[in-house]
Ligand binder design. Structure first.
Ligand code: G3P
Ligand code: CA
Length: 270
């Protein structure tokens, strides 16, 4: 009697969750409303972004500490090198073009505030993987982020349960979010030594490493542990921008894949 196909392939894993890195940033300028919309157009729910703070205390969505690479700040504000976000007001940043560098069809796209960004995700019915960038440069940014999220309705029970994860390379920042709002799902960006993982599991629900630093054993070591909410730790890996690596990390058993090309990764891993 031939074995049934399912019996021959036990533990067939569900496809990893696909997260649009800085939005669908392979198709639209990163960390803009256009990049969130591009992810939506591809049917992608989860959007990753990066948050910084302006001179006047407004949270804005942008990857780099400097405005130089992704806006026309050099043209608009010559002589203000190194064009650090923290040296500009929100009103100044609102004047910048954050789309033309990516393509002329995106001319006039702006650097969004965190408020504008979450409101767009809400309109699109999307979910947010929020990265606190360079937290050491912005003392107190954790409280500022929670204040905006609360005001915009993103700390409601339904959002906290299904639609929000806050992550950082800064362990102290992740710990602070967990201390301030223990109900929020948190992620640590990096690849802690296996021996150190239990200490991380006290305050983070996810270990989110570069795909170049992991293998199946590491993923399994993380997933064996339980996080602060009593569920097993999850692994979301970045930034996987080709099908071969997507297939590779799927075989490692990761829970999520963060990518600039979410449609490609979805197709490669389902
Ligand atoms: O979400 C993970 C990934 O975004 C971390 O690297 O430099 O793209 O923010 P980076
Ligand atoms: Ca990021």
């Amino acid at each position: 009697q031939p074995q049934d196909a399912d019996a021959r392939t036990p533990d067939r894993q569900a496809s990893p969750v696909v997260v649009a890195h800085r939005g669908a940033s392979g198709y639209a300028p990163e960390n803009t409303l256009a990049a969130a919309d591009a992810a939506k157009a591809l049917g992608i729910d989860w959007v990753e972004n990066d948050v910084h703070r302006t001179k006047d205390g407004v949270l804005v969505v942008l990857h780099d500490s400097s405005l130089k690479r992704t806006t026309n700040v050099e043209e608009v504000f010559p002589g203000r090198a190194p064009w650090a976000v923290k040296d500009f007001t929100a009103a100044e940043i609102a004047k910048l073009d954050a789309g033309s560098w990516f393509g002329s069809q995106f001319a006039g796209v702006r650097v969004p505030t965190l408020t504008q960004f979450v409101n767009r995700l809400e309109r699109n019915r999307q979910k947010l993987l929020l990265e606190i960038k360079s937290p050491a440069s912005y003392p107190g940014i954790e409280r500022d982020i929670l204040k905006v999220l609360r005001k915009e309705g993103w700390l409601n029970p339904s959002h906290v349960r299904d639609r929000l994860v806050i992550q950082s390379f800064g362990a102290a920042s992740v710990k602070e979010i967990h201390a301030l709002r223990p109900d929020i799902t948190t992620g640590f960006l990096g690849t802690p030594a296996v021996a150190d993982l239990p200490a991380y599991a006290a305050f983070t629900d996810q270990i989110n490493p570069s795909h170049t630093t992991i293998g199946a054993d590491y993923v399994a070591a993380v997933q064996r542990l339980k996080g602060p909410h009593g569920k097993r730790l999850r692994v979301n890996t970045w930034t996987v921008n080709d099908a071969a690596n997507a297939v590779k990390v799927r075989a490692y058993g990761v829970d999520g894949i963060i990518t600039n090309y979410p449609d490609m990764v979805r197709d490669a891993t389902r």
